[in-house]
Design a protein around this ligand. Structure first.
Ligand code: HEC
Length: 175
């Protein structure tokens, strides 16, 4: 056998027995490693069905829970004392009305409040309850309508109005 004769068959990346051995080993290891990685990926996904933890007590209770949940909050709940207008202002309204955030008329700024007060208390209360432009309904807070009314009176009166304190709702009609 001469070199000339063998040349075409010997072309290619594997030239020595060592390289051949390395190639054979790699041919086993590479796919196995890939398979292990893929299997590990799927193994890490949460399983469903029998044999998984989908049926443990907690998971079942979570699935069975009613759609609505009662959240107890201290604002208008039951017989809690309604907050004063000032307290509501400090808790909710001041976020915007102290600095005029989002274009809110500033607390105590009589020039800003005069044209608004001219609309009358009912219009202002309506805006505060339902929202107006950048102001979300109820100022975005968790408050009873009565507390909102008190806050409107508080803010408007500091802006030059002379609105009377709104009448407290009958105990059962609160909220
Ligand atoms: C997220 C910011 C924000 C909060 C919180 C907020 N307001 Fe306002 N408020 C505004 C903006 C902005 C305006 C001006 C709306 C307009 O006329 O475009 C406004 C306007 C008003 C007006 C005048 C409405 C009118 O018709 O001219 C009243 C009254 C008022 N707010 C009351 C309240 C009360 C009471 C609270 C708290 C319960 C409150 N706001 C909380 C942003 C806010």
């Amino acid at each position: 056998m001469t070199d000339d004769h063998d040349t075409p068959a010997a072309e290619g990346p594997i030239k020595t027995p060592k390289q051949l051995a390395a190639t054979v080993v790699a041919a086993f290891l590479v796919p196995i490693t890939l398979l292990l990685l893929v299997a590990g990926y799927f193994g890490a996904q949460p399983r469903t069905g029998a044999g998984s933890d989908a049926f443990d007590e907690h998971a079942v209770a979570l699935r069975l829970q009613p759609v609505g949940r009662v959240a107890l909050r201290d604002a208008p709940a039951g017989n809690a004392e309604p907050r004063t207008g000032e307290q509501v202002y400090q808790a909710v309204c001041g976020a915007c009305h102290t600095n005029g955030t989002l274009g809110a008329p500033k607390h105590g700024d009589k020039a800003a409040w005069a044209p608004r007060i001219a609309q009358g208390f009912d219009a202002l209360l309506h805006s505060a309850l339902k929202g107006k432009n950048a102001m979300p309904p109820q100022g975005g807070g968790a408050t009873s309508d009565y507390e909102i009314a008190r806050a409107v009176v508080y803010m408007a009166n500091d802006g030059g109005a002379k609105f009377a304190e709104p009448p407290a709702p009958a105990a059962s009609a609160a909220n």
